[in-house]
Design a protein. Structure first.
Length: 124
């Protein structure tokens, strides 16, 4: 049996979820995942999401500080990529701690166009 997460790990996961808890940051993560593994330069993120530069910098810094994105410099460009290892760790935590023993989540692919899946209404 796998050891339960420590209090520190759970606090870290909470901080990571909190960092993604705004519409703008969630959209950034979705965009970076769609560009994985190459990532995107800041100007491409900005033009795609129509976010002011100062606001985008704040959001990217928050995501970076929580370990959700990686940043690399190439010349004068900053490239951002989603940290898929961290995202996988979050998903494993949720699945293992919340859903394995009571089978609350079916392993079928969800239909993201169906809001009932997101709201948790599995009654058919």
């Amino acid at each position: 049996m796998k050891a339960k997460p420590t209090t520190e790990q759970i606090a870290r996961y909470a901080d990571m979820f909190s960092a993604m808890g705004t519409e703008a940051r969630l959209r950034i993560m979705q965009l970076l995942l769609s560009a994985h593994p190459e990532g995107l330069v800041v100007s491409d993120i900005q033009s795609e999401l129509s976010v002011p530069n100062s606001t985008l910098s704040h959001h990217l810094e928050k995501l970076k500080n929580e370990g959700l994105v990686h940043v690399r410099r190439e010349g004068t460009f900053l490239w951002y990529t989603a940290n898929t290892d961290a995202l996988t760790e979050l998903l494993v935590f949720l699945y293992a701690e919340c859903c394995t023993w009571n089978k609350a989540i079916k392993m079928d692919k969800p239909d993201l166009n169906n809001s009932r899946n997101i709201e948790g209404d599995n009654n058919e």
